[in-house]
Design a protein around this ligand. Structure first.
Ligand code: SF4
Ligand code: SF4
Length: 94
């Protein structure tokens, strides 16, 4: 399943998308320590599986929170969070 965390407004669409099908048996959990803003936490889903999610209190401000990692003129590819996830489970919509 693709889980979308974020928001959209007149300026754009700002979601972090996590392929939770890749998180279930992830051992390293690199996303948790790999994001300098500590956006990712591991939570148990309704079926008892542990998944990465984006902290709820940051979801409405992702554009600002991620700005230091993502200069508009030249965002790194991959982003730090993507480099930290060895399963390529993380995408950004902007
Ligand atoms: S590192 Fe990637 S696969 Fe592992 S829990 Fe985080 S987002 Fe999921
Ligand atoms: S772009 Fe930077 S701040 Fe945003 S989720 Fe990725 S590592 Fe964290």
């Amino acid at each position: 399943m693709i889980a979308n965390y974020g928001c959209e407004d007149g300026s754009g669409i700002y979601y972090i998308r996590i392929d939770t099908g890749k998180c279930g048996d992830c051992q390293l959990r690199g996303c948790v320590g790999g994001c300098p803003q500590e956006l990712f936490v591991i939570e148990e889903d309704d079926w008892g599986d542990e998944m990465a999610v984006v902290r709820e209190d940051r979801r409405r401000t992702l554009q600002a929170v991620c700005a230091a990692c993502k200069p508009q003129d030249r965002p790194p590819d991959p982003l730090p969070c993507q480099s930290a996830c060895d399963r390529q489970a993380i995408e950004h919509t902007w």
